[in-house]
Design a protein around this ligand. Structure first.
Ligand code: 5GP
Length: 114
């Protein structure tokens, strides 16, 4: 079995981080190093998919569920508009290989690309 990701450890309570919302199969936390006025992460509860390409192929319904959660969060934490970023691969800045969506809102800058 591969090592648990940091997000699995957060979901299981091993690493403290407030879970601000959840659906059946996904949860949301605040990014520890925000790059926008609102910077949240939407994460599947299990870490079997490394990136959004694998997720879209393996469980498109879960991808849709994550997008729905991102939309609800943007309505609650911002004015409803948001940018959704899936860094895919080290070269694109991905550091955690447990698929997650960055939900960015507020006044966005180039830095917000994450
Ligand atoms: P990536 O670079 O893989 O697209 O995104 C990983 C994100 O997870 C980064 O934006 C980073 O700031 C965030 N992150 C890493 N470790 C933690 C943590 O322990 N707690 C929280 N809340 N966010 C984290």
């Amino acid at each position: 079995m591969s090592e648990k990701s940091i997000f699995t450890r957060i979901y299981e309570g091993e690493i403290p981080s407030e879970i601000i919302a959840e659906t059946d199969n996904a949860f949301a936390i605040r990014d520890i190093a925000p790059k926008a006025p609102v910077h949240l992460l939407v994460i599947p509860k299990t870490g079997e998919y490394r990136n959004v390409v694998e997720l879209a192929a393996g469980d498109p319904a879960l991808l849709a569920e994550m997008i729905g959660l991102a939309n609800s969060l943007a309505a609650e934490h911002a004015d409803g508009d948001f940018r959704l970023v899936f860094n895919t691969g080290e070269g694109a800045g991905q550091t955690v290989f447990h698929v997650h969506a960055h939900v960015l809102a507020g006044t966005l800058t180039e830095e917000s690309l994450g």
